[in-house]
Design a binder for this molecule. Structure first.
Ligand code: ZN
Length: 58
């Protein structure tokens, strides 16, 4: 088990606001994440920023 609290968040395309990817961040150490990733809707690589938390609904 990894130590610390990692939060599942979406990576959101900054251009079309699509939630294209999921990733895990430690909110204590990582306030904001930005990655250049491919967006299918934009049909190109765009900046994706970490966005809303993914809630586990089970
Ligand atoms: Zn996009």
């Amino acid at each position: 088990m990894p130590r610390g609290k990692n939060t599942n968040v979406y990576l959101i395309c900054k251009e079309c606001k699509m939630q294209n990817y999921k990733t895990r961040i430690n909110k204590k150490t990582t306030a904001k994440l930005e990655h250049k990733k491919y967006c299918a809707k934009c049909n190109k690589s765009t900046l994706h920023a970490s966005g809303s938390e993914i809630k586990h609904s089970s």
